[in-house]
Design a protein around this ligand. Structure first.
Ligand code: NAD
Length: 425
């Protein structure tokens, strides 16, 4: 291990040089350094410009979820993630949703909020009305920053002002309400918030500190619904089990965290595949889930008159097709083509449907056979690989562990030795 983490001028070096230093400092073998150097489909110079101190790349498997029918249109959904079962579960759920009408999704438009924090305001309530009176000028200034967005029908559309009681006394928060079109919009909104700050200071007589987008994107919601026919999902008992599972999540934040995590399994996997800011998606999801002051499920599940299961998902979905990695990452661009979405809201709607499908699949497994059986099948292959199995040995070792109900690293190692001896003999 390195003696110091202070690597003077590391950021200025070319990628190869950085890797050399890293290799020496952390005793990487040639093979390990070579693995890190591989940027996959991302050209090295693109990777080097996306973030700082780049030394290489990191690859996820890319799977395609099948069977999705959303608003009457079929989609093949790219998903990039490391967790077994997720792609299979999404495909399976989407197949069951087809027995009725697939997924129906609506959205509230690509609207984000930019916050400007004003402190030391002599008369906060008076400042609030002054700001609202100057709304037209403030919006004009904001829109001057992004003629491109405005020409496409987007831009700053409204101004909201609130007075917050805080640990440091009252502060005035001015909020730009911005239609960001096909962009996720963080850069666009932040630029606008910074540009109007001097004007806001002048009007309020206070001092501006923060000028930044809010990831609680509650004006950029998707609402996905699906009906799962009781006969296609295993009967009315399964329907009841899922409704009980939902009631559990609604009543208990410990269960709810895992309920919502299951939704994010799908949302984030599509997000990664399509080059989205997944931290923004997570922040939006969980803050929205807490909007009532209690952490709640992002989905609801009910039984309808016919005894079928009705699921509804509602959550923020701040995604874009222009800007960010959606534009710069060649794999993200190819995945967006596979998906065939033509706008940011269409991408958001697909991701909402996938989130709902994923939640259904997890709840169905939990409410019936339990999640481990399906999970362990795929997990056993990973255990076999980490114990050194390669080629056809992977499935042989995995199969034996499943039969023995012992999916463990130590057993996998024994089996690798035993079965490879048998193969050689
Ligand atoms: P961007 O600035 O690269 O692209 C947006 C711009 O593209 C718009 O301002 C507009 O001028 C132009 N544009 C061209 N065609 C457009 C169209 N059809 N619709 C809309 N705009 C169009 O990117 P962005 O979306 O403003 O910002 C996204 C990036 O910001 C992400 O990479 C994200 O990680 C990062 N970011 C996020 C946060 C946060 O979430 N808190 C904070 C800072 C930065």
């Amino acid at each position: 291990m390195t003696e110091t983490s202070e690597l003077q001028g590391f950021y200025r070096l070319p990628m190869e040089k950085r890797r050399e230093i890293l290799k020496k400092a952390t005793n990487l073998t040639d093979e390990e350094a070579g693995i890190i150097a591989n940027t996959g489909s991302l050209p090295g110079d693109v990777a080097d410009h996306m973030i700082e101190n780049v030394v290489g790349g990191y690859t996820y498997p890319l799977g395609i979820a099948t069977n999705f029918k959303i608003n009457g249109k079929d989609y093949l959904v790219p998903m990039a993630l490391e967790e077994p079962s997720v792609v299979a579960a999404a495909s399976n759920a989407a197949k069951m949703a087809r027995s009725k009408d697939g997924f129906r999704v609506t959205n509230t438009g690509p609207v984000m909020i930019g916050q400007i924090q004003v402190v030391s305001v002599p008369k906060p309530e008076e400042a609030k009305s002054k700001l609202l009176k100057s709304k037209a000028d403030i919006l004009k200034k904001a829109n001057e920053q992004d003629p491109m967005l405005v020409s496409l029908g987007g831009g700053a559309k409204d101004l909201n002002v609130k007075v917050l009681a805080s640990l440091k006394g009252p502060m005035v928060i001015a909020e730009l309400i911005v239609n960001t079109g096909d962009a996720m919009g963080a850069n666009a909104v932040n630029t606008m918030a910074e540009a109007v700050a001097p004007m806001v200071e002048q009007i309020t007589g206070g001092r501006v500190f923060l000028r930044i987008i809010s990831n609680l994107a509650d004006r950029r919601l998707v609402r996905a619904t699906a009906v799962f026919g009781k006969d296609s999902i295993g009967g009315e008992d399964v329907v009841d089990g899922i409704v009980y599972a939902y009631a559990f999540a609604d009543a208990d934040p410990y269960r709810c965290a895992t309920h919502n995590k299951g939704i994010m399994n799908g949302v984030i996997a599509v997000g990664i595949a399509c080059g989205q800011d997944i931290r923004a998606l997570e922040a939006g999801a969980h803050s929205y889930a807490s909007k009532t002051g209690r952490y709640k499920p992002l989905t609801t599940w009910e039984k309808n008159k016919e005894g079928d299961l009705v699921g509804v998902l509602e959550m923020p979905m701040a995604v874009g097709l222009v800007g960010g990695a959606a534009k710069t990452h060649p794999t993200a661009r190819a995945n967006i083509k596979i998906l065939g979405v033509k706008s940011a809201i269409e991408l958001a709607e697909v991701m909402g449907a996938v989130g709902l499908a994923q939640n259904f699949a997890a709840l169905r497994a939990l409410a019936s056979e339990g999640i481990q059986r399906g999970h362990m099948k795929l997990h056993s292959r990973n255990v076999a690989i980490s114990a050194g199995a390669t080629g056809e040995l992977v499935d042989l070792v995995a199969q034996r562990m499943i039969e023995e109900k012992k999916i463990r690293f130590d057993r996998a190692k024994e089996l690798v030795t035993e079965l490879s001896k048998q193969k050689m003999g």
